[in-house]
Structures are given as structure tokens and as C-alpha cells.
Design a protein around this ligand. Structure first.
Ligand code: NOJ
Length: 528
């Protein structure tokens, strides 16, 4: 056998006695995001974000009427967070900066030194413990003031974002070497402008989501250009974007159903990935054609999908050093039958894409209605990305499981075993997956799911004033994977011991000082 043949037959994941192992340079991490964990929503000069605004003005939109005012209180408890990262043994920690903590209105004329101090302390503590900070600039918490000026529909926001990013590169870039511009741009545009699912929740189908995406792509590309021109060579970092998708499982093997799967992936992944990672750039042709044709039929003077100039196409193309990718689940898909097209409003993103998604009831449920377990999905997505975009460097920047807060979280452990094993299968086939981040370090504020839907490796006691964190079984399991660089399929560790603070105790702790104060006032009045 020739050496050449030998080399291509060698598996890409190393293996000991037949067991798959993660490659030596593979990075393990955990993810979180500012609004979901920090709390201190208006402390020390922080400004209001669109999520602060939503939870305070529409508490009924949150599953349990909770909010992120205190959340995990990481603004005060970050020392403990770093300790947990050390216990896990992660190489890297992915967290986001709250724009409003360092620029309260989102506009660069006003900087909040206390906010800067907070991120400096966190970054320094991570580095002192050999943990690489992997910083996301935007994880959904736009400054409310900018929303009042139109948010991502206003082209002016691109310049505001660049100003903020420039400040972050200048201030933290001597120590931060991994930057992500946007987390899940599809969610930013589709769930917030098209639908009323995330803040600001416009519920305005068919038009603003495409404007939002257009501006985000330009903001991303201009920010990357700024970084590459002024900071990358001196600071030596990398910059990318985190996209996301569920796998679209065709309902059957028919050509139509397989085409539906492809259409779905082009609309969800390709919308952002094609302009950045494909050879020709620009939106996927199928989006240009379908949205253009429907727009004409619907009486619009031009396509609802905006057009990039040739220069913009060039600028956006290759504007990422890596592809961050978040995934949790899969959906079944088939084509939208034109006779039943009225199941979707017209115009709308769903009608434009022409695909119906539905859950496969044989896949196990989780605590989130949108989420069922299908490990093959992550493998299919990673191999699809490899084929479609010429095998870019990929980090799985989020993957995890939701339950209602079990400490002996066996379902989460089983989920990680199967999903990480599927990642190893993709690596074994040559996908350039460079790292994996579990979502999430600890239970946190799950947006519209409140604190009911929990994704943490650490249990957080939201009734306790100290937001006590306790290791679940999954935290110990993940630490074992990181240490051994392979998945022990038999392992099911016991969680640490902890009796959660009861809601009654929590109330009495809050009420006690009020009663004591009232008694003092009463006695004072009695005496004098
Ligand atoms: C993706 C989002 O980035 C994150 O904020 C969210 O909590 C997880 N999905 C789970 O829904």
C-alpha cells in the first residue's frame, strides 16, 4: 500500500483501543451571555438594554415572569464563576460583553469606567488561571436608546456598533485573542423583528427581518475589516461570527422532501454563511430568486431582500477567521404546499422559504417546547457545512440540554455523550471542528423561558440571595471528558450535595429585616 493511501485511511480522530479521542489541539469550553447571567441591570452606571426594557414592560411575555435583573448575579459573583471554570478544567470561556455596561446609551460619547473595570477584572482572572477568554460583542442586548432610533433596521446602528467594537479592541484586545461579532444573527432578526419571540418583539413579517440581516452582515464585515486593518497584526487575535441552526430532517427520501431540507438550510444557515463563507459571496441564489419572485407577485416595487453592491459582496466575503456554530436540535421538514400556503402570513420569512418544520414525536422531549434530542443532527450539520463552505475552521460555540433543574441530570449527561460522540464522528470524517463549548456554565435566564428551562452544568439556586452554585452530575461528567479527552460512555457521576433554599425561607429572609426595622420604628415612637 502506498504511503498516500495509508495517510488517507488513517482516522482523523486518534483512537486508543478503538475508542475515539479528541485531537490534541481541540479546545473545550463553556458558554454564557451577559444578560442571562450578570444581573446588576442598572448598577454602577449600566444603561438599559432592549431586554431590560422588555422584561420590565412586558413581564407577561416571560414564562414565569422572571427577569435578568439579578439573574446569576455574576456581576458580583464572577470570582465563583472563575472557580467553577477551574473545577471543570476548560481551556476557554465564551462570554459576552453587555454593550450598555460599557456604553450606557450605546453611543460612544459616554463610557462607563465601572463597566470597563468589571470586564477587565474578569479577563485578568481568566488569564491568571490559564483560561482563554472568547468574547462575544453582541449577544442580543442592544442598547434601548439605539432601539428607539430603529435598532438594526437603521443603517446608522452599523457605525454605532463599530464604535463600540473599536473601543473593545482598544481596551481589551491586548488580552482577548478571540472575538465574535454577533451571536445567532438569524435569531436577532427573525425572532425579534419578524416574530414576537425575542426583544424587541415586533411581529412584523416579511420585511424588517431582511433589513436587519443586511445591516448585521455589513456591521459584521466592517467591524472585521476594522480589526484586521488596525488591531489584528499587533494584537494577534482572530475574529468570527456564531451562526446557528437545527438540522432539517427530510420527511421522507423523496426528492421533494430532500429539497425542502436543502431550502431550509440555505434560508437559515446560508442567509449569513453564504455571504461570508462561500466562494462567490452574496445571499444564496435560492433566497434571491424566491424572495424576488414573491415580492413581485405581492406587488412590491422591488425585492424585500435588499441588494449588496459588488464592493459590499467583496467586503463581506471571507470576513471571518472561523465559523462559530450553535446547535441543539433537529426538525422534520417538507415543502409548503401552495394550496395550504395560508398557514403562513404573506409576505413572511416562512412563506418565502417554502418549508414547513415540525417536531418528530419519537425524539425525546426536553424542558423547551422547540427542543427534541436527535444527536445525528449535529453530525449532519457539521458535514453539510464542510461540503458547502469548503471545510472552514468551526467551533461548536453552543450545545446543551434543557431540563427543569435536576442536579442528578442524567438526561443531560446522556445528551452530551451522544452529541459529543457525533461531533467526533464529524471530526473523523475530516470536518475542521476545532473546539466545543457546552451551553451553559450554569443555569441562567433563558429569555422567554425564564428560569424554568435550565441548561446549566451548575445548578443555580435562584431563591438564595447568594445565588449558590452547585455541581450537577453533568459538570463532573464534562470535567472528565476534558481531562481524558475522550467520552466515557459508562460514566454517571453523582452531583454535589445541596439542599435548595426553599421559597418560604427566601421570603422570610427578605421579610425579616423589614419586620425588625418596623419594630425599631415602633419602639422609637413608643419611647419618644
Ligand atoms: C442559543 C442562545 O445563544 C442562548 O442565549 C440560549 O440560551 C440558548 N440558545 C438556549 O436556548
Amino acid at each position: 500500500m502506498s504511503y498516500f493511501l495509508l495517510i488517507i485511511l488513517l482516522p482523523l480522530t486518534s483512537s486508543v483501543e478503538g475508542q475515539k479521542e479528541f485531537p490534541d489541539n481541540f479546545k473545550f469550553g463553556v458558554s454564557s451571555s451577559a444578560y442571562q447571567i450578570e444581573g446588576a441591570w442598572s448598577e454602577d452606571g449600566k444603561g438599559e438594554s432592549i431586554w431590560d426594557h422588555l422584561v420590565h414592560n412586558h413581564p407577561e411575555k416571560i414564562r414565569d415572569r422572571s427577569n435578568g435583573d439579578v439573574a446569576c448575579d455574576s456581576y458580583h459573583l464572577w470570582h465563583r464563576d472563575v472557580e467553577m471554570l477551574k473545577e471543570l478544567g476548560v481551556d476557554t470561556y465564551r462570554f459576552s460583553i453587555a454593550w450598555t455596561r460599557i456604553m450606557p446609551t450605546g453611543i460612544g460619547n459616554q463610557v462607563n469606567p465601572k463597566g470597563v473595570e468589571y470586564y477587565n477584572s474578569l479577563i485578568n482572572a481568566l488569564l491568571a488561571n490559564n483560561i482563554t477568554p472568547y468574547v462575544v460583542l453582541y449577544h442580543w442586548d442592544l442598547p434601548q436608546r439605539l432601539q428607539e432610533m430603529g435598532g438594526w433596521i437603521n443603517r446608522d446602528t452599523i457605525g454605532r456598533f463599530k464604535e463600540y467594537a473599536r473601543f473593545a479592541f482598544e481596551t481589551f484586545g491586548d488580552r482577548v485573542k478571540w472575538w465574535t461579532t454577533f451571536n445567532e444573527p438569524v435569531q436577532i432578526c427573525r425572532e425579534s423583528y419578524e416574530q414576537d419571540a425575542m426583544a424587541p418583539g415586533y411581529d412584523f413579517p416579511g420585511i424588517p427581518c431582511y433589513l436587519c440581516a443586511h445591516n448585521l452582515l455589513l456591521a459584521h464585515a466592517e467591524t472585521v475589516q476594522l480589526y484586521r486593518l488596525h488591531y489584528q497584526s499587533s494584537q494577534g487575535g482572530k475574529i468570527g461570527i456564531s451562526l446557528s441552526s437545527a438540522w432539517a430532517q427530510p420527511r421522507s427520501d423523496s426528492a421533494d422532501d430532500r429539497e425542502a431540507s436543502e431550502m431550509n438550510l440555505q434560508f437559515i444557515i446560508g442567509w449569513f454563511a453564504h455571504p461570508i463563507f462561500s466562494t462567490n459571496g452574496n445571499y444564496p441564489q435560492i433566497m434571491i430568486d424566491r424572495i424576488g419572485n414573491f415580492s413581485a407577485q405581492q406587488g412590491f416595487a422591488k425585492s424585500r431582500l435588499p441588494t449588496f453592491s459588488a464592493d459590499e459582496i467583496r467586503q463581506i466575503k471571507e470576513s471571518s477567521d472561523f465559523l462559530g456554530f450553535n446547535t441543539y436540535t433537529s426538525y422534520m421538514v417538507h415543502k409548503l404546499d401552495e394550496q395550504n400556503a395560508n398557514i403562513f402570513p404573506q409576505p413572511s420569512f416562512n412563506h418565502d422559504s417554502g418549508v414547513v418544520e415540525y417536531p418528530n414525536t419519537s425524539w425525546p422531549e426536553t424542558a423547551s417546547s422547540w427542543f427534541r434530542v436527535h444527536p445525528k443532527g449535529i453530525y449532519n450539520l457539521l458535514t453539510w457545512i464542510r461540503r458547502e463552505y469548503d471545510n472552514p475552521d468551526v467551533f461548536v460555540t453552543e450545545n446543551g440540554y434543557s431540563d427543569h433543574g435536576d442536579m442528578r441530570d442524567t438526561n443531560r449527561v446522556e445528551y452530551f455523550k451522544k452529541y459529543m460522540d457525533a461531533v467526533l464522528d464529524a471530526v473523523g470524517e475530516g470536518c475542521n471542528v476545532k473546539g466545543y463549548f457546552a451551553w451553559s456554565l450554569m443555569d441562567n435566564f433563558e429569555w422567554r423561558g425564564g428560569i424554568v428551562e435550565r441548561f446549566g452544568l451548575y445548578y443555580v439556586d435562584f431563591n438564595h440571595p447568594n445565588r449558590t452554585r452547585t455541581r450537577k452530575s453533568s459538570a463532573k461528567f464534562y470535567a472528565d471528558v476534558i481531562k481524558k479527552r475522550k467520552i466515557d460512555m459508562e460514566l454517571m457521576p453523582e452531583p454535589d450535595d445541596y439542599t435548595p433554599y426553599s421559597a418560604a425561607e427566601a421570603v422570610s429572609t427578605r421579610v425579616k429585616p423589614v419586620i425588625i426595622a418596623a419594630m425599631i420604628v415602633y419602639l422609637y415612637k413608643l419611647i419618644y
